[in-house]
Ligand binder design. Structure first.
Ligand code: KG4
Ligand code: ZN
Length: 339
């Protein structure tokens, strides 16, 4: 039997991404980034949806040609229906509907957060996929949550952030430190030459498996305001140490709750996903727990961690196997409760 070929479209935020999957193997995965937001220090929703409109057709054409398939080989169209920015989601949703209709193939809606987790099942994401049940720390610019994954589509959020997401904390603190947006990867790089114990920032106290990151941001802001009054060059002179100390604080907070969940639920299959899982300190902390606590760890390849359509195509493939198709009335939804 021929393997199923699915085209996935992701447009929930500021990347227009398209991928083609054959079975569980990605044939092509292309993202058109929107640099237009950098000068605003964050994603501007109106500009994002306009850029999606410009990018979507060329990105689809490029992805199909790179996958070396023909349109008639496509068995279904998967797309992100939410959560995300409504204007951005609408572009992907309407395009997916018309493409499915014109090719006369099934349409499959995908929950973006489920997809971040199911990215672990892409053939080359990990040497081996995680075994059920596993825990997945999903950390991105929009989300921070610990999810108990009992099966592909049987997931439970154990805890989540009550305010900012971890990536948002990296980005907002980056702004305080006069860094470009998004600042996560920049802080990660600077931190490599810094002393992570140089400065202490207050850690949040939140119940159970929930997180909070807005207090860390405020603690950094007040500290910087106080120090720059004494020395206007304080940030410049201490940038590496500041980056390392901020990164350590955020990663410690992320890992404390993850370790608590792993211990209390007696699970040692532990995965991370989302843009912040690219962070080298977080990866190092996972590696340490592999050695110290015997965790089997799953950190997907970089291209499957930040927003991408490969994870959308993978999730659509798993839904295709279950014949979970959507009708043309399906709507984009900015908010989606649960995973
Ligand atoms: O998953 P993603 O691409 O988009 C969202 O769904 O939000 O995640 C983007 C976030 C940004 O906040 C960015 O600063 C952060 O991931 N990020 C990092 C690193 N690379 C990206 N944060 C810390 N360290 C990194 N190396
Ligand atoms: Zn995401």
């Amino acid at each position: 039997m021929n393997e199923v070929i699915i085209l996935g479209i992701e447009s929930s935020c500021d990347d227009t991404s398209v991928a083609v999957i054959k079975g569980n193997k990605i044939l092509s995965n292309i993202a058109a980034n929107q640099e237009i937001h950098n000068e605003y220090g964050g994603v501007v929703p109106e500009l994002a949806s306009r850029a999606h409109q410009l990018n979507i057709v060329p990105t689809i054409e490029k992805t199909i040609s790179e996958a070396k398939i023909l349109q008639k080989d496509i068995s279904a169209i998967g797309f992100t229906s939410g959560p995300g920015l409504l204007g951005s989601l609408l572009v992907g949703t309407s395009f997916a509907k018309s493409l499915a209709m014109s090719l006369n193939v099934p349409l499959i809606e995908v929950n973006h957060l489920q997809a971040h987790i199911l990215a672990h099942f892409i053939e080359d994401a990990n040497p081996q996929p995680p075994k059920f049940p596993f825990l997945c720390l999903t950390v991105s610019g929009g989300h921070t949550m610990i999810v108990l994954v009992n099966d592909y589509f049987d997931m439970k959020i154990l805890g989540k952030t009550i305010d900012d997401a971890a990536g948002e904390a990296f980005d907002k603190i980056g702004k305080i430190l006069n860094l470009d947006y998004p600042a996560g990867a920049i802080i990660d790089k600077l931190a490599k030459n810094g002393n992570e114990n140089a400065f202490k920032f207050s850690k949040p106290k939140v119940a159970d498996y929930d997180y909070s990151f807005s207090g860390i941001k405020t603690s950094v802001l007040y500290f910087i305001q106080k120090e720059t009054k004494k020395n206007p060059n304080f940030i410049k002179e201490n940038l590496n140490d500041l980056a390392a100390s901020v990164q350590k604080t955020i990663v410690d907070v992320l890992m404390e709750k993850l370790e608590k969940a792993a211990k209390e639920l007696k699970i040692n299959e532990i995965a991370i996903s989302g843009g912040v899982s690219a962070n080298s300190k977080l990866r190092e902390a996972m590696m340490q727990n592999h050695e110290k606590l015997g965790w089997n760890i799953f950190i997907p390849k970089f291209e499957y961690t930040t927003d991408n359509a490969a994870m959308i195509a993978m999730t659509a493939k798993l839904k295709f196997d279950r014949k979970e198709f959507s009708d043309l009335q399906v709507k984009a939804r900015a908010r989606v409760e649960g995973v």
